[in-house]
Design a protein around this ligand. Sequence first.
Ligand code: OFO
Length: 168
Amino acid sequence: MNKSIEKLLNDQVKYEATASMQYLSMASWADAKGYNGIAEFFYAQSEEERVHMTKLVKFINERSGTVIVPALDKPKADFKSLSELFETFLSSEVFVTEKINHIIFECLQKKDYNVHNFMQWYVTEQLEEEAVARTLLDKLNIIGNDKSGHYLFDRDINTIATEADAPE
Ligand code: OFO
């Protein structure tokens, strides 16, 4: 595998791992505040990102590359509001999407169609996850500071997320 592509895939391992730990931290924050639905949502997101990371690790190994399991920065652990929690979610997803697009771009430059093909799965995932993050944040913006709205949001988060994720 081209060394610069291998480096980008290893960087992506770190970004997926970082997202996984960030979402675990967000799940724990929500859990401690009594938002059980939001906590379960982020526990599941954290697991998903871990799966994304492991898929990359396996792929690099399959292609006889060298995997570098990265050290991670401490995730953000405190949030002023639910809006800040979900803004963090959206900005994390937008960041990951940019990185994936960059890998796709480099694959085309280096004519590595194998990695390009593999990365299409991530492109689709990111589209879905960004749509979910934007929808949830939009709902929270409508709710504002209304406590009973927050209660219903926490109760219904999985339904809202599933609807946002559904193909048009
Ligand atoms: Fe890894 O799917 Fe989002 O970040």
